[in-house]
Design a protein around this ligand. Structure first.
Ligand SMILES: [Zn+2]
Length: 254
C-alpha cells in the first residue's frame, strides 16, 4: 500500500492534495534561505557562513515579530519633506560658455526664440533626446536648450543640445516654419497644471534669453510661447508660464 493510498483511506478525498500543496509551499519557504546560505558559502569563506546564517535568522525573526512596524502610516509620510532643490542657475560667464558653438560651426540667422515646457514632472536633455529619437523617430532631441527643474539636473541648470552647438534646425515648432528660424528652449515641468517654472529656472531662462536675443538681435516681440505662434495648436508652455518676464529681460539689455 502506498502512502497516498493510506492518506486517502484516513481522510476524505481532496484533503491529501491540500496536505501535499501546503507541504510543498512550506518546504520551498524553508529551502530558499538555506539555498541562499549555501550559495553564499560557496562565494565567501566558511568564516562568514555563520555570520550570514545569523543575519538570515535575525531577518526571519524580525519579519515575524513586527510585520507592520516597517510600514509608515500617513502621519509619518506627512512629516517627510523633500529637500530644497539646489539652485543651479548659471552666472553670466557660465551662460557665455554654455551658448558657445562647436569650433568651426557658423551661427544660423535665428530671428525668434520659442519657449516650451516639457509637460512632464521631470526630465533633462538626455531623457528628451532618447524620447525624441526612439518614440518620435527624430535624429536628436528637438530643442536647442533644456532648463532643468532639479529632478534629473539641477534646478535652473542650462543644457545646450547638439542642435545648438552644431547649429542645426530645431524640431520643436513646425508652425510658421519656426523650426528653421527659432531657437527652441524647453523648461522642464508642466506649467498648465498649477504653477510656473521655479525661481531658479526663470533666473536661468532670463539670462539665456537675454544672451541669445543680444547675440542675434532678436526683438522682445519675437520671443514667443509655443502656443503664441500662428498656426500652433498647443497650450505649451502652459497658462502659468510668465512669458512677459522673459520678454522684459530681453528688452532691458537692448
Ligand atoms: Zn512646445
Amino acid at each position: 500500500m502506498t502512502l497516498r493510498d493510506r492518506i486517502t483511506r484516513l481522510h476524505p478525498p481532496g484533503v491529501p492534495l491540500l496536505f501535499i500543496t501546503v507541504g510543498l509551499v512550506t518546504a520551498a519557504l524553508t529551502a530558499a534561505p538555506i539555498a541562499l546560505l549555501l550559495a553564499e558559502r560557496r562565494a565567501a569563506g566558511p568564516g562568514q557562513f555563520a555570520e550570514h546564517g545569523l543575519l538570515v535568522a535575525l531577518f526571519l525573526v524580525e519579519r515575524r515579530a513586527a510585520p507592520e512596524a516597517a510600514r509608515p502610516d500617513l502621519a509619518d509620510l506627512e512629516e517627510i519633506v523633500p529637500p530644497e532643490p539646489v539652485c543651479a542657475a548659471p552666472d553670466q560667464a557660465e551662460i557665455e560658455r554654455l551658448t558657445a558653438l562647436d569650433s568651426g560651426v557658423s551661427a544660423r540667422n535665428w530671428t525668434h526664440i520659442i519657449v516650451h515646457h516639457s509637460g512632464t514632472e521631470s526630465g533633462d536633455a538626455a531623457s528628451f533626446d532618447r524620447y525624441h529619437r526612439e518614440v518620435r523617430g527624430w535624429s536628436a532631441v528637438g530643442y536647442h536648450f533644456v532648463i532643468g527643474n532639479g529632478t534629473r539636473t539641477g534646478d535652473g541648470a542650462v543644457e545646450p543640445t547638439v542642435r545648438w552647438t552644431a547649429q542645426r534646425i530645431g524640431a520643436h515648432c513646425p508652425a510658421s516654419s519656426m523650426n528653421h528660424r527659432a531657437v527652441g528652449i524647453c523648461f522642464v515641468g508642466d506649467f498648465e497644471q498649477s504653477s510656473g517654472p521655479s525661481p531658479s529656472q526663470l533666473a536661468a531662462g532670463k539670462k539665456l534669453v537675454r544672451q541669445i536675443a543680444r547675440g542675434f538681435d532678436i526683438p522682445p516681440e519675437n520671443i514667443l510661447g509655443h502656443g503664441e505662434v500662428p498656426g500652433a495648436q498647443t497650450a505649451c508652455p502652459g497658462t502659468y508660464f510668465p512669458l512677459d518676464v522673459l520678454r522684459e529681460a530681453a528688452a532691458a539689455e537692448r
